[in-house]
Design a protein around this ligand. Structure first.
Ligand code: MG
Ligand code: MG
Length: 264
């Protein structure tokens, strides 16, 4: 069943989600050549648990060994942090983070450039992030889940990127993965109706080549079948009467509500 959450429940999800938003902001300067993915994992877990009651939600979930998922270059998702995986100039690295706070999950990912990266890598990251923005804009009451995937497809347009379709977004709440599934391809007006109170992880994953994927022998790491680069941007989003509410932004509700003197 698809759960509908109250505003107070969304506020609670946003308190956990804001930790991810701030962590991703911090990671922009942590991610650099010479840093191992295990060091990033340690930084992320320390950051999360420094907040009262917050836990790195992926740690141990389904048996995952890391605190966060760190996927480099052709790795799409579920990369296992390792001291042996040292980032190099020109890599791109996706850091997917889950937080559990007050019994609620939140889930957000972004892809970072490691130093100077190729024009192709920049373009891939940009189109993936724009796909997320467009699909969030489609997450409004009265639309359908298919409008979200349709927005990703529209953003990619005729450009030759692969939209990963074997992996999907999902509802988020008391569990990390709840109904409905939120595919990254879709037809406008199709799929479950979007209703006030739904909370969805929207997470386009694109490749610079094929949409097909493989899972490595470690049982976790998902790579593009042609080993082309992949990017992943994800937010947890609440469907509200006022429009989509990003619950994994850096500002917690109380802070966001504080007027800034002289600000717009
Ligand atoms: Mg995620
Ligand atoms: Mg997710």
């Amino acid at each position: 069943m698809i759960h509908l959450r109250t505003q107070e429940e969304m506020d609670a999800i946003a308190r956990g989600g804001a930790i991810i938003g701030r962590l991703h902001a911090e990671l922009a300067s942590v991610v650099r050549p010479g840093v191992s993915t295990l060091e990033i994992d340690r930084f992320a877990e320390d950051f999360i648990v420094s907040h009262d009651g917050a836990l790195a939600a992926f740690k141990g979930l389904y048996g995952f060994p890391g605190a966060v998922c760190i996927s480099v270059n052709e790795e799409v998702v579920h990369g296992i942090p390792s001291s042996g995986r040292v980032l190099e100039e020109g890599d791109i690295v996706s850091v997917d983070v889950g937080v559990r706070l007050e019994g609620w999950y939140s889930d957000s990912a972004r892809t970072f450039a490691v130093g100077e990266v190729s024009e192709g890598a920049v373009a891939l990251m940009e189109v993936t992030e724009r796909s997320l923005e467009a699909s969030i804009e489609a997450a409004v009451v009265g639309n359908h889940v298919g409008d979200i995937g349709a927005a990703v497809m529209r953003t990619v347009g005729t450009e030759s990127y692969g939209i990963i379709r074997e992996l999907v977004g999902h509802g988020v709440g008391r569990e990390l993965h709840e109904e409905p599934q939120v595919p990254n391809i879709g037809r406008a007006g199709h799929g479950p109706l979007l209703r006030e109170g739904m909370v969805l992880a929207i997470e386009p994953m694109l490749s610079a080549g094929t949409p097909r994927i493989r899972t490595l022998d470690d049982g976790w790491t998902v790579v593009t079948a042609d080993r082309s680069l992949s990017a992943h941007f994800e937010h947890t989003v609440g469907i509200t009467r006022e429009g989509p509410r990003v619950l994994t932004a850096a500002l917690a509700p109380a802070e966001a509500a504080t007027p800034i003197a002289g600000g717009a």
